[in-house]
Design a protein around this ligand. Structure first.
Ligand code: UD1
Ligand code: CA
Length: 454
């Protein structure tokens, strides 16, 4: 049984008040349409076609995946017309699942339930019962609760408008019957559109039993039409991600102030304070603690690491039991070994820091290789850039860099060497030696500061 998916994504999204096509707006850093595509991929689909239109080539251009089939619907003449455009792409599919590109939180489990019901019926609708069904197509059932048809809000009379079971739009249809039904759609309705929903009455007329399934949570079938709904779904998504992590044993001080915009793998006994934001792919070892207001992107963090408040960590690797922050910034390709300490207002870029070394205060370390047990004093700067090119700095094991040192790269400080505070180091420092380049202090006893003239 081959399963094809058609994702409808041609609509304009006027209420987003944006020049970006609606389905490219992001939820947790991923376009709405990306969520739908990714979920579709989890249920064993053979083919995915996306019907796009509004926003033109911007939509396909936003997705790299080579296996997606893009179908243009130049004019949005209705959901039935949209699916019609995708029929050639669905050739040979035994079953076709219709999804909406602006309904991002649909879950795999719900789609699986639809597929299950589809074993016994050529048409399965995903429906929901809402306190306020306004705007949706209504599911009309007979006295035996058998589905008869769907009536759109704009075509409905008072009796139908009182029904609270709605069409979510998501449905599973037998492939060959879909073709024959779509071919017979007409647009003689209140909106002058080709309604996909009219296939329900056609199926019933042919004696087919139309079945239904329901999502566990109505958020799964909520569409995004404006920025308010976008924010609501973002919160909902974040809350459920937070719950998954808490069930894995993570302590979240406040799940309402937690954001995961990518993937997070965690060890045991991880504790996250408020306003910690993860993006990209992050791995945390056991016993990691992260302080409030910290952003971590695409990084690997070892066990026992403590990250204090207000750190920004991007594409870094941090070894076991390291201590970072508060107010530290680790930039791409910062690689810290075990037990490294990086303190406040320290920026580290494309540098390796070996075991037990400390850079505790107010430093810039760029394009640098630091050995073991090195102490980098407050205010040390690697001058790695001459305005055109970048150069490396090497600081070998057990070296001691006095405070307020400038290391003008390319330069090497040998093992065990000491650089006196306030030095500007422009030449290599041999191992186990002292380098000092500050000017000598002078003294004038009894010297008076100038006074303001009257
Ligand atoms: C549709 C359903 C309605 C259901 C509702 C759920 C029809 C006729 N009605 O209503 O029963 O309750 O969804 O939200 O199917 N789209 C296209 N091309 C088009 C028209 C729509 O790609 O020509 C896409 C939109 O981008 C959107 C989806 O289809 O993702 C639904 O379109 P929308 O206009 O929101 O559907 P409704 O008419 O509100
Ligand atoms: Ca709609």
């Amino acid at each position: 049984m081959k399963l094809g998916v058609v994702i409808l994504a041609a609509g304009q999204g006027t209420r987003m008040k944006s020049s970006l096509p609606k389905v490219l707006h992001k939820l947790a850093e991923k376009p709405l349409l990306g969520h739908v595509i990714d979920t579709a991929r989890t249920i064993g689909v053979d083919r995915i076609a996306v019907v796009y239109g509004h926003g033109g080539e911007q939509v396909p251009a936003a997705f790299q995946a080579a296996d997606l089939l893009w179908v243009e619907q130049a004019k949005q003449l209705g959901t039935g017309h949209a699916v019609e455009q995708a029929l050639p792409a669905m050739d040979g599919m035994d079953r076709v699942l219709i999804l909406y590109g602006d309904v991002p939180l649909i879950r795999s489990e719900t789609l699986a339930a639809l597929l299950e019901a589809g074993k016994a019926s050529p048409l399965v609708l995903l429906t929901a019962t809402l306190a306020d069904p306004a705007g949706y197509g209504r599911i009309v059932r007979d006295e035996n609760s058998t589905i008869r048809c769907i009536v759109e809000q704009k075509d409905a009379g008072a009796e139908v408008l009182a029904l609270r079971e709605i069409n979510t739009g998501i449905m599973l249809v037998d492939g060959s019957r879909l073709k024959s039904w779509i071919a017979r759609l007409e647009n003689d309705n209140a909106q002058g559109e080709f309604y996909l929903t009219d296939i329900v009455a056609m199926a019933v007329a042919e004696g087919a039993e139309v079945r239904s399934a329901q999502p566990r949570d109505v958020c799964e079938v909520q569409g995004v039409n404006d920025k308010v709904q976008l924010a609501e779904l973002e919160r909902h998504l974040q809350r459920s991600r937070a719950e998954v992590l808490m069930r894995q044993g993570v302590t979240l001080r406040d799940p309402a102030r937690f954001d995961l915009r990518g993937t997070l793998m965690v060890g045991r006994d991880v504790e996250l304070d408020i306003n910690v934001l993860f993006a990209g792919d992050v791995v945390l070892g056991d016993n990691v603690r992260v302080g409030a207001n910290t952003v971590i992107r695409d990084s690997r963090i070892g066990s026992g690491v403590q990250i204090f408040e207000n750190c920004v960590i991007d594409s870094a690797v941090i070894g076991d039991c390291a201590q970072i922050g508060p107010f530290a910034r680790l930039r791409p390709a910062a690689k810290l070994a075990a037990n490294v300490h990086v303190g406040n207002f320290v920026e580290i870029k494309k540098s390796q820091v070996d075991e037990g070394s400390k850079i505790n205060h107010l430093s810039y370390i760029g394009d640098c290789t630091i050995g073991r047990s090195v102490n980098v004093g407050a205010g040390t700067i690697t001058c790695n850039y001459d305005g055109a090119n970048k150069y490396p700095t090497v600081i070998e094991d057990n070296a001691f860099i006095g405070s307020d040192t400038q290391l003008v790269a390319p330069v090497t400080v040998g093992a065990g060497a000491t650089v006196g505070a306030g030095s500007t180091i422009t030449k290599d420092v041999p191992a186990d030696s002292l380098a000092l380049s500050r000017t000598r202090q002078i003294g004038r006893s009894g010297w008076k500061r100038p006074e303001k003239q009257r």
